[in-house]
Design a binder for this molecule. Structure first.
Ligand SMILES: *[C@@H]1O[C@H](CO)[C@@H](O)[C@H](O)[C@H]1NC(C)=O
Ligand SMILES: *[C@@H]1O[C@H](CO)[C@@H](O)[C@H](O)[C@H]1NC(C)=O
Ligand SMILES: *[C@@H]1O[C@H](CO)[C@@H](O)[C@H](O)[C@H]1NC(C)=O
Length: 383
């Protein structure tokens, strides 16, 4: 009874059905709790301190450790610039054109680096006009023969850094109205040799591919690059310039001036890291030091043929303003010796963004116009 009284004084009445034994236990537990209260404060403080330490360590790890690791890891930098593990479209079958509903095409492999046994997977899509003429004898020989005939120029297509050559089928359908389309995967991508790509190695491979095309035909050769592919195609043209080899024309789809500006505008880690005062020093500048400069601004100055740039205003992967910067720089070239630059800006209202410029109704006409400009330029320069 006494215990029950005490419990009431504390304002807490135990269960009415509880016997004296239960009440005793209740009272005792109250007493222990009050003793624990002090102890609990110490506990809370400890937990707080531990949490704080973990938070600080986590912060340092993520915002200091990772940037420092990134700064010093070529592997990590490569995975950002050339994410070869992005496998879309899934389950590619490079030799199965039926699966992708394209006819008049051939899949083959060429060795571009004998020493390191680097092989590239390549598609050759015939110009539309030749598809029916050749489809009944789609052996390698007739493809080579059609490339050697000078009826159609050749276009080498450089894809973006994600995915593979299958991703661009819709664009090839536009391009093959005018060209033999040679589409390839960079080293490290798709069915090309699984070696880690670098900018200079990709450019070396591209030069080897260009020279292979030259060895097959005397037809005019054009380059087309999308996103990072535009930097790589411009770089390839700039390197060919050193060997006095001049492509007939260059097309830059959604180009950027340098990889640094591209990543500053849009990168997988921009939203997380760009606030850091050490962001540029640890996460942007090391790319240049390690040979990922992708400096289209420099390369275009050494492109000695007319350039066409096409960029959508609603491109949020490579912002439109970056394409304008490339244009401004390309305009520094000498137009009489290096050819003109034409820039097509595509309105927001189309909704083409970064990946759907092939849907532009006037794209065929723009390409046709540009090839005519390039042909006139070639005649003038006696190439
Ligand atoms: C396949 O392509 C042809 C012409 O390129 C087109 O007429 C046809 O509708 C396409 N078929 C499918 C299933 O996409
Ligand atoms: C190609 O083969 C198809 C039947 O498979 C035939 O109808 C067509 O006439 C042939 N074309 C040429 C150019 O021989
Ligand atoms: C192509 O050139 C013609 C004649 O110069 C011009 O009228 C037309 O707008 C051009 N088309 C495109 C898409 O640039």
């Amino acid at each position: 009874m006494l215990y029950l009284q005490l419990a009431k004084m504390r304002g807490k009445v135990p269960n009415k059905n509880a016997g004296p034994q239960d009440t005793l236990l209740y009272y005792e537990s109250q007493s222990v709790k009050s003793k624990r209260r002090n102890c609990c404060c110490v506990c809370c403080l400890t937990v707080l301190i531990i949490t704080l330490v973990i938070a600080i360590l986590g912060f340092l790890l993520i915002f200091v450790g990772f940037p420092m690791l990134f700064k010093n890891s070529i592997q990590l930098q490569t995975s950002i610039v050339f994410p070869t593990e992005e496998l879309l479209p899934l389950r590619p079958e490079f030799g199965n054109f039926g699966k992708y509903n394209i006819s008049g095409s051939r899949n083959f492999y060429i060795t571009v680096d004998e020493d390191r046994h680097v092989v590239l997977g390549v598609w050759h899509l015939l110009p539309d006009a030749l598809v029916n003429r050749l489809s009944n004898k789609s052996d390698e020989c007739s493809y080579m023969q059609s490339l050697a005939d000078l009826d159609y120029p050749v276009l080498i297509h450089f894809h973006e850094n994600g995915g593979n050559r299958i991703k661009y089928i819709e664009m090839y359908k536009v391009l093959r109205q005018f060209f033999h389309v040679i589409a390839f995967d960079y080293r490290g991508y798709a069915d090309s040799s699984p070696v880690q790509p670098t900018e200079s190695d990709i450019v070396k491979d591209s030069i080897a591919l260009y020279k292979w095309v030259q060895s097959q035909t005397e037809a005019a050769i054009y380059l087309w690059g999308h996103g990072i592919g535009s930097a790589l195609s411009a770089h390839t043209a700039a390197r060919l310039h050193e060997e006095n080899i001049v492509p007939a024309g260059v097309f830059l789809e959604a180009p950027f001036p340098t990889i640094k500006e591209q990543l500053k505008a849009c990168s997988p880690f921009k939203s997380m890291f760009s606030w850091m005062p050490w962001y540029e020093v640890t996460m942007l500048e090391p790319l240049e030091t390690n040979g990922f400069s992708l400096n289209t601004n420099d390369y275009v100055l050494k492109v000695d043929c007319p350039i066409m740039i096409v960029h959508a205003k609603d491109d949020y992967t490579t912002p439109f303003s970056l394409g304008v910067k490339v244009l401004k720089n390309a305009q520094k070239r000498d137009p009489t010796l290096q050819g003109s630059v034409v820039f097509h800006q595509l309105s927001h209202k189309f909704g083409f963004g970064h990946d759907y410029i092939y849907k532009w109704d006037d794209l065929s006409e723009a390409i046709k116009n540009h090839t005519e400009v390039c042909e006139r330029f070639q005649v003038k320069m006696h190439y």
